[in-house]
Structure formats: structure tokens, C-alpha cells
Design a protein around this ligand. Sequence first.
Ligand SMILES: *[C@@H]1O[C@H](CO)[C@@H](O)[C@H](O)[C@H]1NC(C)=O
Ligand SMILES: *[C@@H]1O[C@H](CO)[C@@H](O)[C@H](O)[C@H]1NC(C)=O
Ligand SMILES: *[C@@H]1O[C@H](CO)[C@@H](O)[C@H](O)[C@H]1NC(C)=O
Ligand SMILES: *[C@@H]1O[C@H](CO)[C@@H](O)[C@H](O)[C@H]1NC(C)=O
Ligand SMILES: *[C@@H]1O[C@H](CO)[C@@H](O)[C@H](O)[C@H]1NC(C)=O
Length: 376
Amino acid sequence: MLLGKMLCVFVLLGFSLTSGKLAGGASSSPSCKFPAIYNFGDSNSDTGAHSAVFVQIPAPYGETFFKKPSKRLSDGRVIIDIIAEKLGVPYLSAYLDSLGTNFRQGANFATAGSSILPGFFSPFDLGVQISQFSQFKSRTTELYNNVSSSGEASHDCVIPKPDDFLKALYVFDIGQNDLTLGFQNMTPPQVVATFPNILNRFTQAVQQLYGEGARSFWIHNTGPLGCIPLMALPVELRNVTLDPIGCVGFMNDVAQEFNQQLKEAVTQLRTQLPQAKLTYVDVYAAKFALISDAKNQGFAPSLEYCCGTFSPVFVMCGTSVQVNGTTFNGTACSDPSNRIIWDGIHYTEAANLWVASRILNGSFSDPPVPISGACP
Ligand SMILES: *[C@@H]1O[C@H](CO)[C@@H](O)[C@H](O)[C@H]1NC(C)=O
Ligand SMILES: *[C@@H]1O[C@H](CO)[C@@H](O)[C@H](O)[C@H]1NC(C)=O
Ligand SMILES: *[C@@H]1O[C@H](CO)[C@@H](O)[C@H](O)[C@H]1NC(C)=O
Ligand SMILES: *[C@@H]1O[C@H](CO)[C@@H](O)[C@H](O)[C@H]1NC(C)=O
Ligand SMILES: *[C@@H]1O[C@H](CO)[C@@H](O)[C@H](O)[C@H]1NC(C)=O
């Protein structure tokens, strides 16, 4: 117990030194001092849920930054990691992860395959993630108060302070799988017709968090789905033609329509939730800017992804497949730093850093505030 306490003091000191340094070095004037981050999303921001619940994500995932598989579907950091760094908060533990976790400064509810409405890629749709959050909040609050009244400090360092829920940043990056699910068996107009339902559920999620005291929301829109190799490469299978930059144009059109309606939903929420600050972030535009200008930005075309193959057989990154006595290996390219897409679906760390450096300073936000100014 005593050792636990000392470790906790040590760790907390370490954190405050780090954030002090970051805050001192930051040049932007607005400074919200978010004590915690709560994130809701899919594989674009999963930092451990999929690995904890289903199967460990294998090497070579993680090779660039963590030097080992690190529960993310990338070769390194995902955008929520870069957000955490920027705000001086430790990388978020996944709520569903039972080992080595620390929720003192937030939690990650994002799970690979999740959609806003229930779908069959993952059982952890946005509604489930929000109820996980509510449970997380009520149980940690009870634990915190019990611990404080009993004088035991053993949990202090791994659970949040109840007050911090009001001051935390709430991040969303979800919707891509609703589109992917839709395209499995619907025409583009049919997919678009599902948006009002999907966005109602999204609106409800934000309202529920507001009801729990959340005030600062940072909402990523969905990326250019038609440029994801998994959607664009099996052209024969999908019977589509690619546009000059290698994307399925109609899928991008549908993604942009989704984003337009998401933006309207956020505008409506602003009138309904007067004490909140809702920042809508055009991640689509940032990702598309990179993909459509890949060469000048020092990257290979987005279809030339780094790890795994589509032909002669489909092999997922980090796995191998035997066909006709030959083993095909989903190995990685030698230099992921010049690739946009890592495994045919997810972005490389290099692309995530490129996109994050543009979205976090506010140049793709509405209102145009940097993430450090995203509080009311
Ligand atoms: C808090 O304390 C009460 C009363 O001792 C106990 O019933 C409850 O289970 C405790 N809750 C937690 C989360 O430890
Ligand atoms: C592919 O699309 C073209 C044009 O839309 C259509 O004429 C053709 O029948 C389609 N082929 C298959 C195999 O679906
Ligand atoms: C495996 O063998 C079959 C039958 O000879 C052939 O049609 C197929 O293309 C082969 N697959 C690969 C990946 O070589
Ligand atoms: C895949 O890896 C295995 C084991 O390392 C190796 O024997 C095999 O030749 C590789 N296959 C290809 C197609 O490179
Ligand atoms: C944000 O950063 C990008 C890339 O570093 C830069 O091009 C852009 O001008 C910056 N925008 C603002 C508003 O600071």
C-alpha cells in the first residue's frame, strides 16, 4: 500500500512536470488545461479495446513508434495519441483493457469496427460506448468518494477525480463503419437515406454526455472512404472505376454528404446545449489534401499501402495465407514513413502526424480554434 502511494506521487509529479513544460512552450494563447480526455470511436482511434476483447493485434503493427504491437491498427501512433501528447495527457487506456491501465486522465471507449448505429463489425456501437462511459463515471466516482472517506489512497492514481469529468475534452471519431456497412448491400442513395437515423443517434450521444456534465466536444468528421484501398482496390469485385487520384468517387461523395449532415447536426446541438463548446473538425479535408497531393508531400499514392497484399491473394498485414502450397506473407514495406495507408484500411503514423499537425491547430475546425481552445 505504501509503495503504491509512493509510486502514485512519483507518477503524478512526473505528469505535472511534463504538462508544465508543454504549457510553457505552447505559443497559442487559448489554453483550456483539459485534465482528461474521453474518446469515442472506431479503429481510427482504438488504443486497446480490440486487442483486449478479441485478439491481440500482431506484429508488424506498432513497429515504427512503439517497436512492438501496441494495440493500435497502425504502425505507430493514431491521431488520439497525438492529441493526448498535444494536451499533455498520457496516452489513453482502453476502458475494456483489464491490464496495465490508468484512467486518471481519461479513458478510450473506441473499438475497432464500431459504428454509430449497431452493426455487425463490432458489438460496441456508439450507444454501448456511451453507456460504458456512464458506468465508468458513476463507478469511479463512487470508488473515489469511498476511497477518500476511508483514507485509503490506493486507487487515487488510476481513477479520475469526479470534478475532472466537467473539464475534460470529449472526442468523437466515428461514422466510417456506418458507411462501410451501408455500402455492403445498398446503393448510394439508399446509404444516404440512412443518415438521418445515424445522426439522430449521434446527437443523442452528445446530449447524453452533456447531461453527464460534458462541455467540451471535439468532433471529427469521416474521412474519404473511397480512397481506402480496401474499398478502392478490388475494382473487379466492386465493378467501379477509380478517379485520377485512385479513389472511388461516389463513395467520397456519400462521405461528404454524411459530413454535411453531421455539420448541420452539430450546428443544431450548439443551440440546444448552450453551455457547451462543440468544435467540428474537417478531417475529410485534411486527409484528402494529403491523398490528392501525395507526391508533393513526399508520400506514395494512397493505393500503394505498406503492409499486406491484395494480389495474387488477399493477405492481411501480420498474417499469412497458404495457397497451392505457397505461403503468402502479409509483411510490411521497408519504409512506412512515405506511405499514407498502413494495412489497406488504416493510416500510417506518418499520415496521422501529417493530418494531426493540420487539424489540431484549428485550420480545419469550425469554429477555427486549435484544440487547446476547444473549451467553453
Ligand atoms: C463504497 O462503500 C459502500 C459502503 O461501505 C459499499 O457498499 C460499496 O460497495 C463501496 N463501493 C465501491 C465502488 O467500492
Ligand atoms: C459493371 O458496371 C457496368 C456499368 O455500370 C454495367 O454495365 C455492367 O453490367 C456491370 N458488370 C457487372 C459484372 O456487374
Ligand atoms: C491456385 O491454383 C489454382 C488452380 O490451379 C489457380 O486457379 C489459382 O490461380 C492458384 N492461385 C494462386 C494464388 O496461385
Ligand atoms: C513467407 O514466409 C515463409 C516463412 O518465413 C517463407 O518460407 C516463404 O517463402 C514466404 N513466402 C513468400 C511468398 O515470400
Ligand atoms: C496549421 O499547421 C499547418 C501545417 O503545419 C499550416 O500549414 C497552417 O498554416 C497552420 N494553420 C494555422 C491556423 O495555424
